[in-house]
Design a protein around this ligand. Structure first.
Ligand SMILES: C[S@@+](CC[C@H](N)C(=O)[O-])C[C@H]1O[C@@H](n2cnc3c(N)ncnc32)[C@H](O)[C@@H]1O
Length: 249
């Protein structure tokens, strides 16, 4: 019997996750939408950063991004806030979900790698940061299809510069996604501040395992969490991200 490939593994993990969380799986909608994957492929072809040149299915991308699409279709947020954009793959999945909901905007904060020293001098990147390559001649989010950008606000700089102001001004944020610097210090700063201003929102932390802060956060604020496993390029199941659902009222 043949081994399941990445596509099947991602599909199956997402199916199990939706069943566990008892939420509707909206990914059939996205899988049927050939236009979205075509637009992403066109962007990918515009430079050399991706080794794989053509993607045939959304399930060739991570569980993490696809889960976020479906979560947004379920929750119908007014505003999504994310830290960490880089090429903008996750931002594209978020903006597509908002467009399909016909509602909502995305506010992103991203410190481009090229500006790191301006703010942090010789301090090293947090875990995993060294392996992230940005394209020097492209802006963060270059992969986002143009027709999705109308609901997007991008703030360029460290989260410490923008986050508090954004939280003060946008009480209707319903989902926060941390995927910036994965140091304990930055994860704690971002999650604590979000919790302080908006204690009842959904939170997704990518690469939560880079430090132990998610455990502290869960205990401190009495919040349940679910692990979202993922599939790596070698088709192995690996730790991915973590979802803190909003508290039940
Ligand atoms: C892991 S990548 C983001 C990947 C993206 N979310 C995705 O899934 O495609 C992290 C990004 O956060 C940026 N970054 C690092 N430290 C930051 C900080 N303190 N505030 C905001 N962005 C930061 C990095 O330069 C990089 O662009």
């Amino acid at each position: 019997m043949s081994q399941p490939n990445k596509k099947e593994k991602v599909f199956n993990l997402l199916k199990e996750l939706h069943e566990k969380l008892n939420i509707r799986n909206y990914l059939e909608d996205l899988e049927k939408d050939n236009n979205f994957i075509t637009q992403i492929n066109q962007k990918i072809k515009s430079n050399q950063i991706f080794q794989k040149r053509v993607f045939n299915s959304i399930y060739e991308f991570s569980v993490y991004r696809n889960f976020i699409y479906s979560l947004i279709r379920n929750q119908k947020p007014s505003v999504v806030l994310e830290t960490g954009v880089l090429h903008g793959l996750t931002s594209a999945w978020i903006l597509k979900a908002l467009k399909d909901n016909k509602k909502g905007k995305l506010i992103s904060i991203d410190l481009p790698r090229r500006d790191w020293e301006k703010f942090f001098g010789k301090k090293p990147f947090g875990p995993g940061g060294q392996a992230e390559f940005e394209l020097q001649d492209e802006e963060p989010g270059w992969i986002i299809p143009e027709n999705l950008k109308e609901s997007w606000e991008l703030n360029l700089g460290p989260s410490s510069k923008f986050l508090e102001d954004i939280l003060k001004k946008n009480k209707e944020i319903n989902l926060f996604i941390h995927d910036s610097d994965h140091s304990y210090e930055v994860m704690k700063y971002e999650c604590d501040l979000v919790q302080k201003y908006l204690d009842n929102i959904d939170i997704v932390i990518d690469d939560h395992y880079c430090n132990e802060y998610y455990k502290e956060f869960s205990e401190k604020f009495n919040r349940d969490y679910h692990f979202i496993d993922d599939i790596d390029d070698n088709q192995k199941q690996v730790q991915g991200s973590l979802y803190f659902p909003r508290k039940k009222s």
